[in-house]
Design a protein around this ligand. Sequence first.
Ligand SMILES: NC(=O)c1ccc[n+]([C@@H]2O[C@H](COP(=O)([O-])OP(=O)(O)OC[C@H]3O[C@@H](n4cnc5c(N)ncnc54)[C@H](OP(=O)(O)O)[C@@H]3O)[C@@H](O)[C@H]2O)c1
Length: 285
Amino acid sequence: MNILVTGKNGQLGSEINALSTQYSDFNFHFTDIEELDITDKNAIDNFFSLNKIDLIINCAAYTAVDKAEDDIIAANKVNNLSVRYLTEVAEQYYSRIIHISTDYVFDGKHYLPYKETDNTNPISVYGKTKLNGESHVINSKVPALVIRTSWVYSQFGNNFVKTMLRLGNERENIGVIGDQIGTPTNANDLAKACLDIASKTELWSKKNEIYHFSNLGICSWYDFANEIMKLSDINCKINQIETIDYPTKAQRPQYSVLNKKKITEQFGIDNFHWSDSLQKMIKAI
Ligand SMILES: NC(=O)c1ccc[n+]([C@@H]2O[C@H](COP(=O)([O-])OP(=O)(O)OC[C@H]3O[C@@H](n4cnc5c(N)ncnc54)[C@H](OP(=O)(O)O)[C@@H]3O)[C@@H](O)[C@H]2O)c1
């Protein structure tokens, strides 16, 4: 199977790249904006005319959640229009698609883990553009699936874990939000889930489906920060603050825990408690 992985320099793209040697049946094409700008329809058409692609794993995205509030056109291009271009070319060349989306398609007013069938209602530009992107995948005429994930971190790139490690070594105290609840996701586990699903095409549903994947368990950013300090032996006090004390341009869902039953039952994907996966990442860096 020939697989195009977009966004190769991002957290998820880099993790898929690192795992790729374990999947010798697959022939990978890794691209980022320099090799294939997914907002450029001509570039996509040209790439597909030159390369036979059986599956697209779309890891490219505009992920600057606060910046997106003032940069709607750019966020919409990458998260929505580009996904339409990719689904159009997939239909032309009969490629499958795995597209990554986000917990930010929800408004966070739930009190139970979100199922794939729960109503969406994004409260940020980023969430709205990602939700619009999902619709092209779901409505495409080729076998395609959307995997929504949350609170992604990785040994590669910048993320909450690395910021906490840096601040923890610089300061005696840090204030971290305690009233936003979710589940962190080690991008390495998500990368493995994507590649395992790619190798089980016989289990793909006839109609296009949405799946949820994050690590197991529930925490606040405050709990997450405390665990990072504990696992790294950093003696920095984490003070619990409220969302109102840390104003950001974009609103975040207060509760965005994802229910993973569907992906586990359908594909038998391995998953781990978020603190165990965090330990794995901290050991790796
Ligand atoms: N990070 C999270 O906490 C989180 C949470 C939920 C869902 N997700 C979703 O998970 C997926 C992977 O996220 P991630 O954390 O790996 O994102 P990331 O680290 O920001 O990586 C995205 C990659 O896409 C590239 N890209 C941007 N515009 C592009 C374009 N026009 N053409 C080609 N490549 C382009 C980026 O390049 P530049 O860096 O140069 O822009 C970057 O290398 C995304 O769909 C994201 O929406 C992420």
